[in-house]
Design a protein around this ligand. Structure first.
Ligand code: 5GP
Ligand code: ZN
Length: 111
């Protein structure tokens, strides 16, 4: 999709440090980290969010990417995965992404 920052990052149109990628998904660090580890897992195809008809295969690859990110970042004690979905949830980039947060004790706030 034209003018979508995450399309460009996931498909190497804008350079970034890729934490993990395969043919369907990519993971890169958040530009404004909210935890010592804050990596975004995104599909290479454009879907607005998790309820935008995302193929099961893409979701499967995203789940695998979460595991790969956790391994690459050494998140052996646990981590949190968040998918802000829609304006009321604070979604600001309208390209499906999962936040992988960790590297500290995240506590029991929010959920
Ligand atoms: P949302 O609020 O939509 O769930 O999260 C969007 C996330 O994307 C935010 O955490 C924000 O810091 C991150 N972000 C926005 N623009 C960029 C960018 O150009 N590069 C990277 N790496 N992260 C970005
Ligand atoms: Zn996009």
């Amino acid at each position: 999709m034209a003018d979508c920052i995450f399309c460009k990052l996931a498909n190497h149109e804008i350079p970034t440090t890729i934490v993990y990628e395969d043919d369907l998904v990519a993971a890169f660090d958040d530009a404004n980290p909210q935890a010592p580890v804050h990596t975004l897992v995104v599909p290479k195809g454009h879907y607005e969010n998790i309820v935008d008809g995302v193929p099961g295969e893409v979701l499967e690859h995203m789940a695998l990417a979460v595991k790969k990110v956790a391994e690459a970042k050494g998140l052996t004690d646990g981590f949190r995965v968040i998918a802000n979905t829609g304006a009321a949830a604070g979604q600001t980039v309208m390209h499906l992404h999962w936040h992988v947060l960790g590297g500290t004790d995240l506590g029991e706030n929010l959920v």
